[in-house]
Design a binder for this molecule. Sequence first.
Ligand code: WQD
Length: 351
Amino acid sequence: MGLLVLVTGGAGFVGSHTLVELLEAGHRVVVVDNCCNSARGQEAGQLPPALARVCTITGKTITAFHMVSLLDRDALAQVFAQHKIDVVIHFAALKAVGESVEKPLAYYSNNVTGTLTLLEVMNEAGVKRLVYSSSATVYGVPQYLPTDEQHPTGVGITNPYGHTKHICEQILRDLAATDKEWRVVLLRYFNPVGAHESGMIGEDPKGTPNNLLPYIAQVAVGKLDELLVYGGDYNTPDGTGVRDYIHVMDLASGHVAALDKLNSEDFQGAVAYNLGTGAGVSVLEMITAFTRASQKKIPYRVVGRREGDVATMVGSCVLAQQQLGWRASRDLHQMCVDAWCWQSQNPDGYA
Ligand code: WQD
């Protein structure tokens, strides 16, 4: 019968792909999403398009969808009153680094107050198992590479978004330390990219993409003219920024593995795991890989560095392999093939 999993932010990029893996693993899902950052259903009562397509991909149904903000405590309490939730996976958050610099209060309200409200409602409902969508951003400027889970966190974070992730991790650690019934897994994502192989769901950023791969994909499909490469003078093999890109379906399977760990006899407290590949890819290497996958030219121009960027961010994922029995399996070519399949089939996203 599987677990009944409440997924906040389930209509979003990582959330929708994780729903596919959860349903295919035999779990049932209740989705809470305010659709501030994802397409909503055309008619009242209609599922957001990403969720409808998750049902088509899996041939399963979503137990319930509630278009609710985590800041609406009463509505959230109602959701827990309606469903006997076993565990929560918490994706819902604003996640644009640049936007967080312009709107810090919106980020603290949505990401921190929203998480606090969720935890209070969970506590009252007696639901004390949580997988939290964290980010490698909590490592700040890497002091060593690849960064493992022992790397200091909270030092050198350059933006409010990263601070909100670090603060929420601290809240969860303190909660699990004071109430032994709480079980928490903190998943630190590196750079999620790609799409489900069907091309039916994928990354659908609002407006001009902040992140590299959706930007490249929109250049390839003709929506944008050229890619600006932020910095060609970093201390990296080709001078451009290096990141640990991970296929979103690998990331999704990491969440299912985290659920199994959370419910195992020996689990206790709050434990962090990196979800990445351990391999670094530069901007120019990504352009080459996407060109090969899409057979499209990607015009680009190297310009100045972007404020707040680090030269290299690559994760060690040995702990997830050892303790979750999980590792990423899809390579860079597959990431680009699947991202292109989604973009070319859906030039305007879910619109
Ligand atoms: C990757 C590389 C850029 C765009 C951010 C968040 C992180 C996570 C993932 C939420 C860098 C370069 C990018 C462009 C470019 N988000 N680039 N031209 O900054 O590593 O991570 O997104 O969890 O928390 O910090 O990802 O894709 O923006 O940048 O040259 O138009 O591509 O300089 O080297 P980033 P990114």
